[in-house]
Design a binder for this molecule. Structure first.
Ligand code: TXA
Ligand code: MG
Length: 319
């Protein structure tokens, strides 16, 4: 891959939108902030841009991408939106909810985006600048998290540069992302709602808004490699549910477990999600023997935090 000069522009800079749109129209890929993590964006209707995304990330071709739209109308052109899906969209968009829905035939999305699946993941991000870029481009953008495949998702522009400098032409710096972990993903299959990835919008909140049960996905059946056990891996080995550490290791605390770092000294799970990847990255940079992480309550956003932590701690054979 030809090495690119990576330019960083602040989201507040008036060139941010125009330069991003120009680059996307030109078939280039751009890293954009969202409320969850930074995305590596390309025009979802351009097969060459989509190929560039997979290449820059080193992402396996069978791991589909999320199409980001600026509103429900744009999503309607891509997928069939059932009444239940519409209820969820009205409740949670723009925001960190991705819906996996049946594709419309002839929607102009190259097969590579959905890795050949009959469904497509759609999401409308809360980050206003990013929505404006999509609106002005007039096409959805395909955007996975802007990290090399298998590594931690980036929550600031510096994280993007660290992983992808030379592989992306433009990074829009929107500061530290608000949520800090990736969107909740829900699929609708035969009228059933299935939680494919937990996030800051919880399964309980989705069930309440939809007025129906949300099922857990069958852990034995991997439908997309993002769901492989080992993902979000730092370099150091990770040990969960620790309240103490060994010599040469780092302890990441939560609440009363103090640690070398603390995800949230007041025990606030949203704050812990916001800090999660940032603190794991910081700890990893010190090349510790191990990263120990304190127990996180399995409730609310804690469910999504524990999902990411389990993957960070999983055996690495799948990498
Ligand atoms: O918060 C987010 O969702 C971020 C920001 C950038 O929007 N994006 C993100 O994308 O996390 P990515 O590519 O890192 O994760 C998307 C996940 C992957 O696990 C992928 O396998 C799954 O979504 N996915 C995409 N399309 C799918 C489909 N049609 N069926 C099932 N899973 C799908
Ligand atoms: Mg990712």
């Amino acid at each position: 891959m030809k090495k690119l000069i990576t330019t960083v522009i602040s989201e507040a800079d008036e060139r941010a939108v125009n330069d991003s749109v120009a680059a996307l129209k030109n078939g280039e890929i751009v890293a954009l902030p969202t409320e969850t993590v930074y995305g590596l964006a390309g025009d979802a209707t351009n097969p060459e841009s989509v190929a560039l995304i997979y290449k820059a990330k080193g992402r396996p071709a069978n791991n589909p991408l999320i199409c980001h739209v600026s509103n429900m109308r744009m999503a309607q052109q891509l997928v069939h939106i059932s009444p239940t899906a519409e209820t969820l969209i009205r409740a949670f968009w723009p925001g960190p909810l991705t819906l996996v829905l049946p594709q419309r035939e002839g929607n102009g999305i190259p097969e590579a985006v959905s890795a050949g699946l009959s469904t497509l993941a759609v999401r409308c991000p809360a980050q206003q600048t990013t929505r404006q870029i999509i609106e002005q481009l007039g096409h959805p953008i395909a955007a996975p998290s802007a990290n090399p495949s298998g590594k931690l998702s980036p929550t600031c522009a510096e994280d993007v540069e660290e992983g992808l400098a030379g592989k992306v032409r433009l990074v829009i710096d929107g500061g530290s992302t608000q949520v800090g972990i990736e969107s909740t993903i829900v699929g609708e299959m035969n009228g059933k709602l299935i939680l494919l990835r937990p996030g800051s919008i919880t399964a309980d909140e989705i069930a309440e808004a939809a007025g129906q049960v949300v099922y857990d996905r069958d852990d034995d059946k991997i439908t997309a490699p993002g769901q492989l056990a080992s993902h979000y891996a730092p370099n150091a080995l990770v040990q969960l549910n620790s309240t103490k550490k060994e010599a040469g290791s780092i302890l990441i605390g939560f609440d009363k477990v103090e640690g070398d770092y603390n995800l949230s000294p007041s025990g606030n799970l949203s704050e812990a999600a916001h800090n999660l990847f940032k603190i794991i990255r910081k700890a990893d940079k010190q090349n510790p023997k191990k990263i120990h992480i304190s127990p996180i309550p399995q409730k609310g956003i804690g469910i999504a935090i524990n999902d990411r932590l389990r993957r960070a701690a999983a055996p690495r054979e799948t990498q």
